[in-house]
Design a protein around this ligand. Structure first.
Ligand SMILES: C[S@@+](CC[C@H](N)C(=O)[O-])C[C@H]1O[C@@H](n2cnc3c(N)ncnc32)[C@H](O)[C@@H]1O
Length: 258
């Protein structure tokens, strides 16, 4: 772990000035990504955030979308204590985005029951166990429009941002499992990409040949990697067998093939 991984929003100039006094649970690169995704989100849908805490990412999304189509951000988080609820309201107000963010102090699974708005950007950053992100994906994904983007935070167990420090530490297994099982396997998502601990992807409904190819090539790389591993294992086993049966031939082959 090195100090250059510590978040320093102060160094980001005006872009992230509004985050100075907040505990932001994102790296600078993740924050920049969210800002861009919000800025480019499609006008046909709203932005939904699951898990808001003190409002760090909601503020980034609101600032981004203000530069784009001007739609609303729906920030969903039960935040049980009154004090916490007041804090997020205060932070949104300070950042000048209180009008753009609709706070919903309920669990995502409760909110989705009566949800009916199309979504252009779905940002999942709630509980980090397996069941919650799974439920969030399965329940909310149907509202994501064609061309909309889904993004999961803390989705790579090797990388995570430690609260209040911005340091990268070993992350959460649950969200990574959900991403592998549901997002990567879903034929409705293409252009699956990673920035630090965020996995994001674009939704399609009727894939054209370009999309099929890009998905195919992404998955193909994984398949090829698996095949290579299997092949290596097989070669290893063959080598062991040959070494026992005919050590002289084995030594000769080893000489020819470094
Ligand atoms: C990591 S924090 C979110 C950080 C925030 N997105 C940011 O970048 O500043 C996770 C939040 O998810 C909330 N949460 C947990 N379970 C939830 C659920 N079922 N629905 C909505 N929010 C949930 C927690 O209350 C907590 O505030």
């Amino acid at each position: 772990m090195t100090d250059d991984l510590v978040i320093n929003f102060q160094d980001q100039g005006n872009l992230f000035n509004f985050l100075r006094d907040l505990p932001v649970l994102l790296t600078v690169e993740e924050a920049q990504l969210l800002y861009r995704l919000a800025q480019r989100s499609l006008a046909a849908g709203v932005i939904v955030e699951i898990g808001s805490f003190r409002g760090g990412s909601a503020i980034i999304l609101a600032k981004g979308v203000a530069e784009g189509n001007g739609n609303k951000v729906y920030a969903i988080d039960p935040l049980p204590l009154l004090e916490k609820k007041l804090l997020i309201k205060e932070n949104l107000k300070k950042a000048g985005v209180a009008d753009r963010v609709e706070l919903i102090f309920q669990k995502s699974e409760t909110v989705v029951r009566n949800w009916n708005k199309p979504i252009s950007l779905l940002w999942i950053d709630g509980s980090k166990d397996y069941d919650n992100p799974k439920l969030d994906f399965l329940a909310w994904e149907k509202f994501l429009i064609k061309g909309g983007v889904i993004a999961f935070h803390d989705s790579r167990q090797s990388i995570n941002v430690a609260p209040n420090s911005g340091r990268l530490i070993p992350g959460f297994v649950g969200t990574e499992r959900v991403v592998k099982k549901y997002l990567i396997d879903s034929p409705r998502f293409i252009k699956i990409r990673f920035i630090d601990s965020i996995t994001f992807a674009k939704k399609i409904k009727n894939p054209g040949w370009r999309e099929i190819f890009s998905r195919w090539s992404f998955l193909n790389r994984i398949k090829i990697k698996r095949k290579i591993e299997k092949f290596d294992q097989l070669l290893g086993r063959l080598g062991q067998w040959l070494e026992k049966k005919s050590p002289s031939v084995y030594r000769l082959i080893k000489k020819i093939k470094p």
